[in-house]
Design a protein around this ligand. Structure first.
Ligand code: HEM
Length: 202
């Protein structure tokens, strides 16, 4: 598997974590009401806060042209505002993300893989946010919106960028570790926010 394109290597190396996280989020009823959904959005802002400096990195932009335009932190923060997340909670999320570095540029590639990939599953989450909570790409669910070029094409372009990089075995392993660390950090946010808040009896 070590000769597989980088995007395939990362997908295979993280698919278990993805499945666990996806199931965990869905069992925590993120669409039960807007309050619970806001907790989910807060988990997303934590992840986007760690990733945002990577989207602004010159080295990474050189490797993955157009990277800066993919940053979804502003959209996630605007969703928090739409949903009435109080400033103390926004600050708490900022603190949770502070000091969580992605590591070197190779690990950063893995982080970006995980965060960009999350925009694919977002198609499914957006449907729920619309039908169950009355939200949209312009209110409350901005960070789940697809790209104007189409979600699939946008993702394929990102993967092509990753797959064009010539990495050594060691650099690929560092990228995989970065991708796994991003999943672990996402999981941590879900446990800290969604898992500790009670679900209202329905
Ligand atoms: C309930 C929450 C989630 C659901 C239901 C979900 C669902 C999905 C689905 C259906 C896909 C495949 C889409 C396709 O191939 O067209 C996907 C891809 C992906 N998701 Fe999620 N996802 C969720 C949360 C997340 C989170 C929080 C992350 C990151 C922290 C994430 C990372 C990824 C990645 C990296 C891929 C791309 C896999 C590949 O390389 O093809 N997902 N997700």
């Amino acid at each position: 598997m070590s000769n597989a394109p980088l995007s395939t290597f990362l997908k295979d190396g993280t698919s278990q974590e993805h499945e666990r996280l996806d199931k965990r989020i869905m069992t925590l009823a993120p669409f039960a009401d807007r309050e619970r959904y806001a907790l989910f959005v807060r988990t997303q802002t934590r992840l986007q806060r760690v990733a945002s400096p990577l989207y602004q990195s010159e080295q990474l932009e050189q490797w993955l042209p157009g990277l800066a335009g993919r940053d979804r932190l502003t959209a996630a923060l605007a969703d928090c505002e739409d949903l009435g997340v109080p400033p103390e909670a926004v600050e708490e999320d900022q603190r949770a993300a502070q000091g969580v570095g992605a590591g070197d540029d190779y690990a950063a590639l893995g982080w970006l893989y995980t965060v960009e990939g999350s925009n694919l599953g977002a198609a499914f989450l957006l449907k729920h946010a619309k039908s169950e909570l009355g939200l949209s790409e312009t209110f409350g669910a901005r960070h789940l919106a697809g790209h104007g070029d189409g979600r699939g094409l946008h993702w394929r372009r990102f993967k092509e960028g990753l797959d064009a990089l010539m990495l050594s075995h060691d650099e690929r392993q560092r990228a995989l570790q970065g991708a796994l660390d991003a999943f672990a950090f996402a999981r941590q946010g879900v446990e800290a926010l969604l898992a500790t808040a009670e679900v209202d009896a329905q």
